[in-house]
Write a protein that binds this ligand. Structure first.
Ligand code: AHM
Ligand code: MG
Length: 335
């Protein structure tokens, strides 16, 4: 039961039994993510002071090294998860290969793996626009007690046990699902506590926002071009409103609250689109479906795609289910 204003700590304890094979491990894992997110939040909030304290890569006035925020976020999440020895492996958008974690008794005894994008949309930081962290959690498929393998990470998204994002915005929120709906928690920065502010988040079935980088229009497949024209055509509740921040977490978060579709299609410039299946599309697709929305590559359900490599990219259409269905309808006209 999601009770508004409950703290995230209380919520995790109260809902622990929702986890299929609950042993407290997944709860501890989500606890570690919320802790790392607080540290990243603290750093992101200081980003505007970089000209005063020294820019990334320089030594600041206190003689400390300034780290780039995406590097800081990557290190912070990896360090927090590794120190607590909760997972057996981590794959990050920032690292070429996955990291193996031996576990407290050096026995490779942990059963979860994490795939994450530690700071998505980081090009927005310099202009004070919201960025986010995206994470995805799977139960390993290779035997516990042996080192984690690539195949543990290359599971289809429908095998995720939990996924979520943190949005470092006008307020900082952690939104996540363990397969039992989606709940959003807002950080009270003075207390350092997240409170349940958005219980049972749902995508409206229909919406009137479309979010796509229209600068790429001439490079899009014909189906996408036609769907964009459909969004702009005066008829019924159309034209829709165009809103594109260029920060996936923020664009999806807004569309989930207001109703809309986010699209990053393939183009003649980016043959498989831009977004990564493991770190961006699968977690967002899991959240979208748990919130009553849907996610597709234009033809197939994202969560059914079988990944072939860690950094695989896929076209991505995600949002209100009737809007995604309509976009797919246009796509199927041009197989
Ligand atoms: P990143 O992982 O390098 O930050 O790229 C992902 C970001 C998304 O947050 C955003 O939706 C998209 O790239 C924007 O790309 P573009 O500038 O091509 O529209
Ligand atoms: Mg990213």
């Amino acid at each position: 039961m999601a009770t508004k204003n409950q703290s995230l700590g209380e919520f995790i304890i109260e809902n622990q039994n929702d986890f299929q094979y609950s042993s407290g491990e997944l709860s501890r894992l989500i606890n570690s993510i919320r802790l790392a997110a607080k540290m990243v939040n603290h750093e992101v909030n200081k980003a505007g002071l970089v000209d005063i304290t020294g820019s990334a890569g320089e030594i600041n006035t206190q003689g400390e090294d300034q780290q780039k925020l995406d590097v800081f976020a990557n290190d912070t999440f990896i360090r927090t998860l590794t120190k607590r020895q909760i997972v057996c492996g981590i794959a990050s958008e920032e690292n070429d290969d996955f990291i193996t974690i031996e576990g407290q008794r050096n026995d490779h005894g942990n059963k979860y793996v994490v795939a994450m994008d530690p700071l998505d949309g980081s090009s927005n930081i310099d202009v004070n626009v919201s960025v986010g962290t995206i994470f995805s959690i799977y139960r390993r498929i290779t035997p516990v007690g042996t080192p984690v393998q690539l195949e543990d990470f290359l599971q289809p998204g429908n095998m995720q046990v939990a996924a979520g994002y943190i949005i470092y915005g006008t307020s900082t929120m952690l939104v996540y699902t363990t397969g039992n709906g989606v709940n959003g928690f807002t950080l009270n920065p003075s207390l350092g506590t997240y409170y349940l502010s958005h219980p049972n988040m749902t995508f409206p079935d229909d919406g009137n926002i479309y979010s796509v980088n229209e600068g790429n229009y001439s490079h899009f497949p014909q189906g996408v071009k036609d769907y964009i024209k459909y969004c702009q055509t005066e008829e019924g509740d159309r034209p829709y409103t165009s809103r594109y921040i260029g920060s996936l977490v923020s664009d999806i978060h807004r569309n989930m609250i207001k109703g809309g579709i986010y699209m990053y299609p393939r183009s003649s410039k980016a043959k498989e689109g831009k977004l990564r299946l493991l770190y961006e599309c699968n977690p967002m697709a899991f959240i979208a479906e748990q919130a009553g929305g849907s996610a597709s590559d234009g033809h197939e359900r994202i969560l059914d795609l079988k990944p072939t490599e860690l950094h695989q990219r896929v076209p991505f259409f995600c949002g209100s289910k009737n809007m995604v269905a309509k976009a797919e309808e246009f796509m199927t006209k041009y197989p």
